[in-house]
Design a protein around this ligand. Structure first.
Ligand SMILES: [Zn+2]
Ligand SMILES: [Zn+2]
Length: 471
């Protein structure tokens, strides 16, 4: 018997030819139809003058926020140079600065793009929502780009395909461009974070058998899955366990497992829990094998997770294409940020070619109205959110955790690395070259599990943890 129809495979839907001519189930057929009409509605919304104005403002506000994370600095600067000079300074420096003009020109002058056929990698998780939805919504096309978004099996593969230039740009875990640029786990290749894709949107999900064992102090000997070593998941789980007095290197086991395999491992009892991306936390609840112990939002509200990025070489060789890409993804982020679009977005990204998940699961993640697996219905609208700002203090925090857990040895030049990889810095550099006033302070402070992190004191912070692996 061929395994084409897989009638005895419990994990595969029974494949029979659909009346529309495609090889998919009736449920998949309905999902595809729902996705198409949701995409049409979202596209209609994106073409309204209201959205265009909102999107331009969103991009501009993102820019201004990037340059002036501290509001008093922003106000001082505006008072000193005036609004006109400030706007001109901003427009002339960032890749985003060229985007407004480029967006208007894209249709008329396609010749400005150095490269139009692009391959972008993604891991099928809700973090990648802006990058994915830009495809069915036609945002890449609007910028004159022919983009193939390619589902990829795991993060190591994403890294390798970026290093060997099989992908032009990609969905990254935001610590990955830091690690790849520093040559941790691969040859050193300069990579950049252009935008953060999402903030929040992760959780610690535990096997149902632990529902009466919620105190991490009692988790000695547990096995956890994380998606990759250079991930916020690894750093946040380690942080959380260490705050409870457990040494993540000696008291528990951490295993790297591709996100799509986390639920199956939980069901099989290979792991006690995972700190993973959605939709897999919600999928574990949906499958009745796990419960959501804590949202990462409750560890660090507003923490970055995934990023959209590419190699420094690509940006240098294809500045206009990069700007067009940037614009597409930011437009999608602007749509994804708005809660009223979330239900439709869930329909658009649920089908097989994107996330391949039940729409009900994605809907719970993106709307924040969800079952936690313990019998409660929660309402957390910012469970997942899409704030593109690549704050350099976020990069510095990631580096402190790489130092804390022994991924980097010796002295770390936190700011230098952060500024090289997280693209806010380019703006400052170009501003300096143009003789324009450079705003200070791309380093807002954050609170992680109640403790303030100040990038200005990164080294003391990294060395200040009782539980560490600095040797
Ligand atoms: Zn069909
Ligand atoms: Zn993520």
């Amino acid at each position: 018997m061929s395994d084409y129809f897989s009638p005895y495979d419990a994990d595969q839907p029974l494949m029979l030819k659909c009346s529309c001519g495609k090889d998919h189930t009736l449920a998949d057929h309905h999902a595809a139809v729902a996705a198409d009409s949701a995409a049409i509605e979202l596209r209609r919304r994106s073409q309204t003058s209201e959205f265009e104005a909102y999107s331009n403002e969103f991009i501009e506000a993102t820019l201004v926020k990037a340059l002036f994370p501290q509001d008093e600095v922003r106000r001082r600067f505006l008072r000193a140079v005036g609004k006109g000079t400030a706007m001109a300074a901003i427009a002339s420096v960032l890749p985003v600065g060229t985007m407004q003009a480029l967006a208007q020109d894209a249709g008329k002058k396609p010749g400005t793009l150095e490269k139009t056929n692009l391959k972008i990698g993604f891991i099928p998780i809700t973090c990648a929502t802006p990058l994915i939805m830009a495809h069915p919504l036609g945002f890449y096309k609007q910028q004159g780009l022919n983009v193939e978004v390619t589902k990829t099996a795991g993060w190591a593969l994403i890294r390798d395909k970026m290093i060997n230039k099989e992908y032009d740009a990609t969905h990254f875990l935001s610590p990955m461009p830091l690690a790849i640029s520093m040559g941790l786990g691969s040859n050193a290749t300069p990579m950049n974070v252009a935008t953060i894709q999402n903030i929040n949107g992760q959780a610690i999900t535990m096997a149902l058998k632990h529902k009466d064992n919620r105190d991490p102090k009692n988790w000695k000997g547990f096995k956890f899955a994380i998606p990759f070593e250079f991930s916020m998941h690894n750093f946040l789980l380690r942080y959380y366990l260490a705050e409870a007095g457990l040494n993540p290197d000696t008291d528990v086991q951490l295993r790297v497992v591709p996100p799509a395999e986390m639920v199956a491992n939980l069901r099989a009892g290979n792991i006690d829990g995972f700190l993973g991306p959605d939709p897999f936390n919600q999928r574990a609840v949906y499958e009745e094998v796990g419960f959501i112990h804590v949202l990462t939002k409750d560890l660090w509200n507003g923490h970055p997770c995934c990023a959209f990025g590419t190699s420094t070489e690509f940006i240098q060789k294809n500045p206009n294409t990069f700007a067009a890409l940037y614009r597409s993804v930011l437009t999608a982020a602007a749509m994804a940020r708005d809660p009223k679009n979330r239900e439709l977005i869930a329909k658009v990204i649920a089908p097989a070619q994107y996330l391949n998940q039940p729409e009900a699961v994605i809907n719970q993640v993106l709307t924040g109205k969800f079952a936690d697996g313990l019998g409660n219905i929660k309402n957390v609208p910012d469970r997942a959110d899409f704030d593109p700002m690549p704050w350099q203090s976020m990069a510095v925090w990631m580096l402190t955790q790489m130092k804390r857990w022994g991924y980097v040895k010796g002295e770390v030049n936190y700011k230098q690395i952060a500024e090289k990889v997280f693209l806010i810095t380019d703006a400052k550099k170009y501003m300096k070259e143009l003789g324009q006033p450079v705003p200070e302070g791309a380093y807002p402070k954050f609170k992680i599990m109640g403790k303030e992190f100040d990038a200005a004191k990164a080294d003391a912070y990294a060395k200040g943890f009782a539980i560490n692996k600095m040797g």
